[in-house]
Ligand binder design. Structure first.
Ligand code: CMP
Length: 179
């Protein structure tokens, strides 16, 4: 069911709501109850990656500790070095940006800690704990403020939407059963 929600987003939710309504025999109150439950208690699974500079600086454990301390569960984990082509494929949405070549060179310069996380409201929650892309604009206590070296070497990447999470998890953990 969680897989279906993560993959299908709103469409998946609608299908679940309809299935639940039929299972319980219908009724507006039941339907509303299920919609509210799905929206408020939505468990999400974003992709996340500790970037090479933060791994090289020995901060991977500290970053993971921040995530776990904020209630994220690690459901997949792999240390891996990206090829330049893999970095370019991962960041293809930024291919027209002036920083694309430098970003891909950096992301393939050393190992990343790639993960799938799980928590209720995980996508917004991870953005909250990472904070602004540029560390200078991030609040103290956030991962990027405390561990980022620059806007490019900003310590951590996290999926920004369910659709992005589906692409990114498929990219880095193809065929892997998430626990
Ligand atoms: P991330 O959240 O992984 O998504 C895209 C990445 O591009 C971003 O983090 C930064 O590492 C990098 N990035 C974004 N804006 C800039 C910029 N203006 N200059 C250099 N790198 C950037």
């Amino acid at each position: 069911e969680l897989h279906q929600r993560a993959r299908g987003g709103l469409a998946g939710q609608s299908r679940l709501v309809e299935a639940e309504r039929q299972r319980r025999g219908g009724g507006v109150a039941v339907l509303l109850d299920v919609v509210v439950h799905l929206r408020v208690g939505e468990t999400e699974r974003p992709f996340s990656s500790v970037k090479p500079a933060a791994v090289h600086a020995g901060n991977a454990g500290a970053v993971l500790s921040r995530l776990e301390g904020a209630g994220f569960r690690i459901v997949a984990l792999r240390l891996r070095s990206l090829t330049r082509a893999e970095a370019e494929g991962f960041y293809h949405v930024h291919r027209e940006r002036p920083f694309f070549a430098s970003l891909c060179a950096f992301m393939s310069s050393g190992p990343c800690v790639t993960m799938v996380l799980e928590r209720e409201g995980a996508i917004a929650g991870q953005r909250e704990i990472m904070r602004a892309t540029h560390p200078a604009k991030a609040e103290p206590g956030t991962i990027r403020k405390d561990f980022a070296a620059s806007i490019e070497r900003n310590a951590i990447h996290g999926s920004d939407a369910p659709e992005t999470a589906a692409f990114e998890i498929g990219y880095f953990f193809p065929g892997v059963e998430l626990i």
